[in-house]
Design a protein around this ligand. Structure first.
Ligand SMILES: NC(=O)c1ccc[n+]([C@@H]2O[C@H](COP(=O)([O-])OP(=O)(O)OC[C@H]3O[C@@H](n4cnc5c(N)ncnc54)[C@H](O)[C@@H]3O)[C@@H](O)[C@H]2O)c1
Length: 349
């Protein structure tokens, strides 16, 4: 049987994504939405969606089983805790909180109420991420030495609350949270160090991008870069591994792999540079490398809520677990600290 859901916040994510998808879901039944903005409420009503007149009314409705929280980041805490206290299961948008302390208050409310609470880390279903993870998991080119994960745009931060500190704006909280969550799904090792610098090319109040290196216990580095002032974009993923290199250029593209067959080559043909010939930087040939592509697989984003509903019924573990959300939050906190101090910081929890 479908589970009754209400979406709080009928904006970009609450309206276009959650409410729209809940209407097409095989596991969710959209009872209605609630938004503090009358214009947004009118838009929902025009689409035939029931609009609650207050958060209290949502929480008092005994039919509501799941509350999805899709409001600006600084309003997550209060709504999540109230919904859990009212006996609802809660899915909160990312970044789930503005600090680890806030997140821990949410987790405590979930434990106290016995209701499930999780974070909408929907980019675990992104094809590019799944593809690089598969290459790592299957050891296609051996263990990774360094992975670089980038997203680049050129229009700065969207001109809404995302540019304001008090609402939890900035690209670390907006995009960093996705890419760090992905990193921690790929490299399952303790973290040893964090180094981050943040940029303010287009916005002085909050970061409009950052350069973050997470160093893991074995020494493998995972580099995350978010840029909103890049008129030429670098590839989405680049990986150096024990036996070769991999690159995924675009969100939906295939992976290009160059796998080392023979480390030593008979004859290296030098390449011409302005200052002369170099063998060191000359490209490999097809005798010593094997070059091929791996196509991405398609994933169904509805699987996120299918999993959550099965978790409510005790049939599966929740996809996004509390410990995982806490680790992502801690990495972001230490990234801010590293950027502020201009130093590399040891990872601590
Ligand atoms: N998972 C993703 O891929 C993804 C993508 C975009 C946004 N988000 C997240 O979704 C959340 C919302 O972002 P958005 O882009 O939809 O913002 P938005 O500004 O488009 O919409 C937010 C909506 O919440 C309403 N609102 C604000 N405070 C409220 C309150 N206290 N009670 C009820 N409604 C309230 C606003 O009126 C607005 O309609 C953020 O946390 C954001 O980070 C996630």
């Amino acid at each position: 049987m479908k589970k009754n859901v209400v979406v709080i916040g009928y904006g970009g994510m609450g309206g276009n994504f959650h409410a729209a998808r809940a209407l097409k879901s095989d596991v969710l039944n959209l009872l209605g939405v609630y938004d503090i903005d009358e214009k947004r409420c009118a838009e929902a009503q025009e689409k035939g969606i029931f609009v609650y007149d207050s958060l209290d009314a949502v929480l008092a409705d005994e039919r509501v089983e799941i509350v999805i929280v899709a409001v600006p980041n600084d309003d997550h805490l209060g709504i999540v805790v109230r919904a859990l206290e009212a006996g609802k299961h809660v899915v909160c948008e990312k970044p789930v909180a503005l600090s680890l302390d806030e997140l821990d208050q949410m987790i405590a409310a979930s434990k106290k109420s016995g209701k499930l609470f999780t974070v909408h880390q929907n980019r675990r279903f992104d094809e590019d991420f799944r593809l690089i993870k598969k290459i790592v998991d299957e050891g296609v080119i051996g263990a990774p030495l360094r992975i670089e994960s980038r997203v680049h745009g050129s229009r700065g931060i969207p001109g809404d609350w995302r540019g304001m500190k008090k609402h939890g704006g900035g690209m670390m909280l907006d995009w960093g949270v996705h890419l760090i969550d992905q990193a921690l799904q790929i490299i399952k090792e303790p973290i040893s160090k964090i180094h981050c610098t943040m940029t303010n090319y287009t916005n002085k109040e909050v970061d409009d991008g950052f350069y973050l290196t997470i160093t893991f216990a074995s020494g493998v580095e995972y580099y995350v870069e978010v840029g909103t002032y890049n008129f030429i974009s670098l590839p989405r993923f680049y990986m150096k591994a024990e036996n070769g290199s991999a690159m995924i250029r675009d969100w939906l593209g295939s992976a290009e792999i160059s796998k080392c067959k023979y480390w030593y080559e008979g004859e290296v043909k030098p390449v011409q540079t302005a200052a002369g010939l170099t063998k060191t930087m000359a490209p490999r040939d097809i005798v010593s490398t094997e070059n091929f592509e791996i196509e991405p697989e398609k994933f169904d984003v509805h699987d996120y809520f299918r999993n959550f509903c099965r978790a409510i019924d005790g049939e599966e573990e929740m996809l996004v677990k509390h410990d995982e959300a806490r680790l992502v939050m801690r990495v972001m906190e230490l990234a801010f600290l590293s950027a502020e101090q201009g130093t590399t910081v040891d990872f601590s929890f």
